[in-house]
Design a protein around this ligand. Structure first.
Ligand SMILES: Cc1cc2nc3c(=O)[nH]c(=O)nc-3n(C[C@H](O)[C@H](O)[C@H](O)COP(=O)(O)OP(=O)(O)OC[C@H]3O[C@@H](n4cnc5c(N)ncnc54)[C@H](O)[C@@H]3O)c2cc1C
Length: 474
């Protein structure tokens, strides 16, 4: 006998587990199918984000920042530290404990909300008024009227390059290095490549990043990408090569050789101890039985959805990395809440223009909305205001003077169209921009709101004042 549920969620990453919790809160008999196994072979909830993405990467990021701070930045405060050493084993164990705490936390939330965890991978076997889904590993078949697909994504690999996660690694291997490589190669200067490259650089690796595109951080406002380029290459010594074409990756006994053509077409070789391949992510739709039920999947493997995450099948929704839009955990979560509420007959909505982006490099980069260039390309007349952290008292106090805030506003209405920040604490500061944009606020609104002193947030206010060329402290 198939188990019957009102809502079945396929996948328990941030999209799926949040969708399951919200559906259960709304009173639906809910199950979530998830068969992820961690490196120890244990079943785990939480998907890419908790197991091999956001959470472990930020744990290592913080450890590497502390190491760099102890070694290089405390002297400015008059604190001398000698004999700073790094124990990668201990650092990795700390990361593992954080991951385990978080994934067990999701298990607790499932129990608390009476969500049934079906342990295996789900595949549609029939559709109609009710959908039947088979769960691998002897999990049997379950039926449900409403299905939420949240199967996420996995690392894209290069053709003819074997990722062994020892010498040639994707995000999973790159988060589990047992020692600091002397020379680290990274293919791809996107968000993940830059973040992971920065972690291992701070821990002492000599890092070379090879990027196929001719522009650096093309998704950012030009002013931010220029500043990031300066900080990463000149100040920190990341060796980033743009416009390259990867020809061949050869794994040797103790290292990896990458043959590539540089931006002038000249043949070059990169020899490194380990290589991270970080060239994007592909949606997990194979094995889902899409063809069996006629679920529309596009040529790149993404489930096709409308702005409310409805698929072409009645009562079937898809959310997170497996659908269009930014591959970000908070976008997946918000889509999970939205579809559960739609199933309950509510009318939720996501403003995709107000989803913040964060790159956890050092300094961090965060933005929301349009860049100056995007706004102009869309035919909007804009005014912009910028203000540096180098003359903000708090930034000087914490010894983090690098970076600035840039506000892009509509020249006619003053409505904020975008906020762009490069600074050590950009991830926390961007939220004021997000809130302002969600409320359709103006630069003048930010400028008139009292900001605590001394805080880094005052830089955002000064940037907003500077849209009207009336910054007070410059
Ligand atoms: C190194 C790294 C760092 C990142 N850092 C950040 C960050 O700082 N901030 C941020 O916002 N985003 C970050 N991301 C992106 C973020 O992890 C993803 O956007 C997010 O995890 C997407 O959530 P999801 O629920 O759509 O999918 P996923 O988290 O990928 O989860 C999908 C789940 O579905 C399961 N699944 C797949 N197929 C089936 C099936 N047929 N049946 C049952 N289960 C199935 C998988 O096992 C998986 O557990 C990072 C990603 C990486 C790789």
């Amino acid at each position: 006998m198939a188990q019957e549920f009102e809502v079945v969620v396929i996948g328990a990453g941030p999209g799926g587990y949040i969708a399951a919790i919200r559906a259960a809160q709304l009173g639906f008999r809910t199950a979530c199918i998830e068969g992820w196994k961690n490196a120890k072979g244990e079943l785990a909830l939480g998907g890419t984000c908790l197991n091999v993405g956001c959470i472990p990467s930020k744990a290592l990021l913080s450890s590497s920042e502390e190491f760099e701070k102890a070694g290089h930045h405390l002297e400015a405060h008059g604190i001398t530290v000698s004999g700073v050493k790094v124990d990668i084993g201990k650092m990795q164990s700390r990361k593992g404990e954080i991951v385990s705490k978080m994934t067990k936390g999701v298990e607790f939330l499932f129990k608390k909300n009476k969500i049934t965890w079906l342990q295996g991978f789900g595949r549609f076997v029939s559709g109609g008024d009710t959908y039947s889904i088979e769960v691998s590993g002897g999990g049997g078949t379950v039926t449900a009227k409403h299905v939420i697909i949240a199967t996420g994504s996995r690392a894209r690999h290069l053709p003819n390059t074997v990722v062994d996660n020892e010498l040639v690694c994707d995000n999973e291997g790159a988060l589990a290095f047992p020692s600091v490589p002397k020379k680290l190669g990274v293919i791809g200067a996107g968000v993940i490549g830059l973040e992971l490259g920065s972690v291992w650089r701070r821990l002492g690796a000599e890092v070379t990043i090879l990027e196929a595109l001719p522009n650096f951080l093309g998704a950012c406002d030009d002013a931010i990408s220029r500043e990031a380029w300066k900080q990463f290459t000149k100040t920190q010594g990341l060796n980033i090569k743009l416009g390259v074409k990867i020809e061949k990756v050869t794994t040797r006994k103790t290292g990896v050789v990458v043959d590539y053509a540089d931006d002038k077409g000249l043949a070059q070789k990169l020899e490194c101890d380990r290589l991270i391949v970080s060239v994007g992510r592909v949606p997990n739709t194979d094995g889902l039985g899409a063809g069996t039920v006629g679920l529309k999947v596009d040529s790149r493997g993404f489930v096709e959805v409308d702005e409310h995450c409805r698929t072409n099948l009645p009562n079937v929704y898809a959310i997170g990395d497996v659908v269009r839009g930014p591959m970000l955990a908070h976008k997946a979560e918000d889509e999970g809440v939205m579809v559960a509420e739609i199933i309950a007959g509510q009318k939720p909505h996501i403003d995709y223009d107000c989803i913040p982006w964060i790159i956890y490099t050092s300094p961090e980069i965060a933005w929301v909305g349009k860049s100056e260039q995007q706004a102009k390309a869309a035919g909007i007349e804009v005014r912009t205001g910028q203000f540096p952290f180098s003359i903000n008292g708090r930034a000087l106090g914490i010894n983090e003077p690098a970076g600035f805030v840039k506000v892009v506003a509509d020249a006619k209405t003053d409505q904020v169209l975008g906020v762009h920040i490069i600074h050590a604490r950009a991830s926390d500061l961007i939220q004021e921009g997000v809130t302002t944009m969600e409320f359709k606020g103006a630069a003048e609104d930010i400028a008139r709101i009292t900001h605590g002193h001394p805080t880094l947030s005052e830089v955002g206010r000064e940037a907003a004042l500077n849209v009207d060329k009336r910054a007070l402290n410059m």
